[in-house]
Design a protein around this ligand. Structure first.
Ligand code: NAD
Length: 480
């Protein structure tokens, strides 16, 4: 497989171009501030129409980047964005309306509201694994909130990045939405500017770099990061059903999904049965023989990630892990077979680093407490899945772990409900997105209090603090 490489522009012309667009967007963000819901909805409708007219081109671009099938491109890249647009169009008027806030008794005579004002000029930096969805979805919310946006998509999926630039140039002037293709150097040039909000999706390591750069200007951030997301299967689970859902969630996009199960914890007594069902599920999805021949199995995005994942496998095998299924690889094709592993331990990098590829360690446990203790030794994950028929066990796991999101008896699907907040916690992310939460991420929730003119209850508390006023203060304290 060959890949197009985007050359980095020379640094002085890059800086000049960034300055020019930044200043133009800063100016225009003032005009956008007071756009109506109807004006923003019109833009979203045009975006939706354009995406639909480019559907075939999007399929071709993600296939050229890493052999993602058109069905997966529809499900994982395009439909999610279309859902976000439709949902936003439906609710934007309500989201934008100032929200009335109740008045406590000691503030009698005042009224309070929250206004949603656009933060202003936003920067979106997106990754390669869902290169279309993870760039355009935050843009939907930036448009809804009334922000201007500079988008810096990933250099690792250059065909999709170039296509998005072409599409967005057709719809928006660059003082409203601009795309800068390129690598870390381009991201760094952008990060020097005092944006009003940065929305970053990528690894926790890069998240720290982004947050450090944002701190120089006290720019607010949404960090959509990753981590090791566990799936827990207890002995009451329907094993066939659990296996199908775990295998689907893990092997969509070849394991390169931020919320893919990173490892499976299974109650010891049902481990062998679960593994058998997982092998069957793999055959159902990718054929009886060689998954490399399946048109539905995506490749690793580049040689660097291929080597990283292969090293995780080799390190685990050298330290005593065993392959239950798969293990084959083909470097030229950037193919690694769906691989189930057992016998992993703390000395292996595979149990410490986010795998972000098609290796799936299976770790047995005796009690739920043992499983949650193991999970809690690691940074808080982006997603946690639990497979159980017992409500008590489901609840025990939720209450004794922490995660950005959880699906019970399912994988991945919590990302698809636009009314659920999506995001991580600590190491797996800061801030939330999707639906209303996405709109709020790009908005300043401005507190507005209205006071009556003339006599007010507060004036009763102004100095000088006479004995009479002190008594009034005592009376006030009863209403707090
Ligand atoms: P990546 O390498 O594509 O990097 C993400 C973006 O950061 C790119 O645009 C890249 O150009 C830019 N970048 C690279 N180096 C930089 C630097 N030094 N300074 C500033 N910007 C820089 O993607 P990745 O980080 O490998 O993505 C994979 C990670 O993203 C995984 O950890 C995954 O779990 C996570 N992820 C999270 C979500 C989510 O929604 N929470 C979604 C997808 C991926």
């Amino acid at each position: 497989m060959t890949q197009t490489i985007i050359a980095s522009p020379d640094i002085s012309s890059l800086e000049k171009e960034v300055d020019q667009i930044f200043e133009a967007q800063k100016k225009y963000s003032q005009d956008l501030k007071n756009t109506s819901a109807q004006e923003r909805i019109t833009k979203l409708r045009i975006l939706k129409k354009t995406i639909l007219s480019y559907r075939e081109d999007i399929h071709q671009a993600v296939y050229a980047d890493f052999k993602k099938s058109s069905a997966e491109a529809d499900l994982g890249e395009i439909f999610g964005v279309l859902t976000s647009i439709s949902h936003t169009i439906k609710h934007l008027r309500r989201w934008m309306r100032p929200k009335r806030i109740p008045t406590p008794l000691n503030m009698l005579g005042t009224s309070s509201q929250v206004y949603f004002e656009p933060k202003g000029l936003s920067l979106i930096i997106s990754p390669w694994n869902y290169p279309f969805q993870l760039a355009i979805d935050p843009l939907v919310y930036a448009i809804a909130a009334g922000c201007t946006t500079i988008l810096k998509p990933s250099e690792l999926t250059p065909n999709t990045s170039a296509l998005m630039k072409k599409m967005l140039l057709e719809i928006f002037p660059e003082n409203e939405v601009a795309v800068f293709e390129g690598d870390a150097q381009v991201a760094q040039a952008l990060l020097k500017r005092p944006f009003d909000h940065i929305f970053f999706t990528g690894s926790p390591q890069l998240g720290k770099i982004i947050m450090e750069a944002a701190s120089k200007h006290l720019t607010s951030v949404t960090l959509e990061l990753g981590g090791k997301s566990p799936a827990i299967v207890d002995e009451s689970a329907n094993l066939k059903d659990a296996a199908q859902k775990i295998i689907w969630g893990k092997y969509m996009n070849c394991g390169q999904t931020c919320i893919a199960p990173d490892y499976v914890m299974v109650q010891e007594s049902v481990k062998d049965d679960l593994v058998m069902e997982m092998k069957t599920a793999l055959r159902q999805l990718y054929g009886e023989n060689n998954p490399q021949n399946s048109p539905d199995y995506t490749r690793i995005v580049n040689q660097r990630h291929f080597k990283r994942i292969k090293n995780l496998l080799d390190d685990a095998l050298a330290k005593g892990a065993e392959i239950l299924e798969g293990g084959q690889s083909d470097e030229e094709d950037r193919y690694i077979a769906p691989t189930l592993l057992t016998g992993v331990n703390h000395d292996m990098a595979i149990t410490e680093e986010e795998i972000f590829g098609p290796l799936l360690p299976i770790i047995p446990f005796k009690s739920l407490q043992e499983a949650t203790t193991y999970i809690n030794t690691k940074p808080k994950p982006l997603a946690l899945y639990t497979f159980s028929r017992k409500k008590n066990n489901q609840e025990y796991i939720i209450r004794n772990t922490s995660a950005g999101g959880t699906a019970i008896n399912e994988t991945l699907a919590h990302i698809s409900n636009p009314d659920l907040p999506f995001g991580g916690v600590n190491h797996s992310g800061i801030g939330k997105t999707h639906g209303y939460y996405g709109f709020v991420a790009f908005s300043n929730e401005r507190a507005v209090l209205r006071q009556r003119i003339g006599w007010t209850t507060l004036k009763m508390l102004y100095p000088p603090y006479t004995d009479k006023k002190k008594k009034t203060i005592d009376t006030f304290s009863k209403f707090i």
